[in-house]
Design a protein around this ligand. Structure first.
Ligand SMILES: *[C@@H]1O[C@H](CO)[C@@H](O)[C@H](O)[C@H]1NC(C)=O
Ligand SMILES: *[C@@H]1O[C@H](CO)[C@@H](O)[C@H](O)[C@H]1NC(C)=O
Length: 428
């Protein structure tokens, strides 16, 4: 009795493994033909966290490196490309306080520049394995050359120093998406916080005036608008305002697990090509507390459930994959690190997704959206940059820049004008 039950179990397991391994072979083959693009990997954060001189540590990436990601594991996982994240933690984490008006300077802009520098040097340090990419054509070039396409995403507008000028320069440096918030509100937009509601900072808990200018500027310079981490109102307003498709570079489905970091069905219904809809893309995250059940030990099956739920609303041509590797303290069973991506691809193939649909999930859907965002940017080439500055800033005009006393850097006529302005200012 016991023996036959044992045999039966072995047979079932044998059968399941058999079909799963067939899907796995198919997944690996597919991934060798079509690049898998992961839209959120926090490896630069790990490098910065472990090293006083981060640039000195970059050579180590071609062997075993702490965390979820290094070059050997990306190769084993057949990763075709990644968006490396430019990020610095929100104010509370680093004991900085921008004040209620987000106007007190912090180190975030410097830190974001240093993160971008780490990424550029990481790519340069591993020319056989990594290749910089900004466009879908760049991604395909890198893939054909057998290298991992390396794109740049920026997470959170709190790192921008409240400045659209800074944003424009980040665009020149290759930033391809901007997440409108991290876990804190910024001068531009309202955040979903950590999971428990955070006190509201802006009227309506959505975009500010400056945030509305930011969306226009993102459309103009061709940076994708990323709505991960934002409040529901920020999501709705950005979808309505953006002239280009919007993306969630790492999120899940709220209908499957009720967490503010996930996208609710009524917002998913705004994404598509029907009347009143905007084109877009939702890349499913692997972080257990978002995909649930949590507390619990969700596995690769559950991530596939999120992808299928989202695809059920927006279509299989508007979903994709985003691990959040190296940005989370716990990972999903079956997707523990960068060597495991094929398990998720196999899971969807086993559920009957076609190879054509899977090429889209891997990267085709994202590349279509990137092309569309580039086309919108191209069509806006004649538009002048936004001259908007934060209404809270008190440093402009820069009336202190001329120095004081008998020494001034200003020509006399300029000095007179500034002094008149100052007089007017003092009278107010
Ligand atoms: C990593 O790259 C260095 C050169 O930067 C080389 O000396 C070393 O052998 C490489 N290690 C592996 C595991 O490929
Ligand atoms: C994932 O977990 C679910 C629920 O516990 C289980 O039914 C399923 O078999 C697991 N899948 C894998 C691939 O382990």
């Amino acid at each position: 009795m016991k023996l036959s039950a044992f045999l039966l179990t072995q047979l079932c397991v044998g059968f399941v493994q058999c079909s799963a391994s067939r899907c796995l072979d198919q997944a690996v083959k597919l991934m060798e033909e079509s690049p898998l693009l992961d839209t959120h990997i926090d490896l630069p954060q790990i490098i910065r966290s472990l090293n006083r001189r981060p640039l000195d540590a970059l050579y180590q990436l071609n062997s075993s490196y702490p965390g979820h990601v290094d070059i050997p594991r990306m190769r084993a996982g057949r990763l075709g490309g990644a968006f490396w994240t430019v990020w610095a933690p929100c104010y509370d984490v680093v004991d900085e306080d921008p004040g209620d008006d987000f106007n007190t300077p912090t180190n975030h802009l410097r830190d974001a520049m240093e993160m971008l520098d780490i990424i550029q040097n990481m790519i340069a340090r591993h020319p056989d394995d990594l290749q910089y990419a900004r466009s879908s054509a760049d991604v395909l070039d890198a893939f054909k050359a057998g290298r991992i396409a390396s794109l740049i995403g920026m997470e959170g507008t709190h790192v921008l120093g409240n400045s659209l000028g800074a944003l424009r320069l980040f665009a020149q440096l290759g930033v391809r998406y901007l997440t409108l918030t991290h876990t804190c509100h910024s001068a531009f937009a309202s955040s979903a916080g950590f999971g428990t509601p955070i006190p509201q900072a802006h009227e309506g808990n959505g975009l500010t005036e400056l945030g509305r200018e930011l969306i226009k500027e993102l459309n103009r310079v061709g940076i994708m608008v990323d709505l991960s981490h934002t409040s529901d109102t920020t999501m709705r307003q950005a979808i309505a305002l953006s002239e280009a498709p919007v993306v969630w570079t790492h999120a899940g489905a709220r209908a499957l697990w009720d967490h503010p970091r996930n996208v609710p069905d009524d917002i998913l219904r705004l994404i598509g090509d029907g009347p009143g809809q905007k084109d877009g893309l939702i890349q499913s995250i692997f972080f257990p507390p978002f995909i649930g059940p949590w507390p619990g030990a969700p596995n690769v099956t559950r991530v596939a459930d999120h992808i299928e739920h989202i695809a059920g609303i927006v279509g299989r041509n508007r979903v994709g994959i985003a691990s959040d590797f190296d940005g989370m303290y716990i990972s999903v069973e079956g997707l523990e690190d960068a060597s495991k991506y094929p398990n998720l691809v196999a899971e969807l193939l086993c559920r009957g997704w076609t190879e054509e649909e899977m090429r889209g999930v891997l990267g085709g859907n994202l590349m279509r959206i990137m092309d569309k965002v580039d086309a919108v940017s191209e069509s806006l080439k004649g538009r002048w940059p936004s001259s908007a500055i934060s209404e809270k800033r008190k440093d402009l005009p820069a009336t202190k820049w001329g120095g004081g006393g008998i020494n001034t850097y200003w020509p006399t006529d300029v000095k007179e004008k500034v002094e008149k302005m100052q007089l007017r200012h003092d009278e107010l």
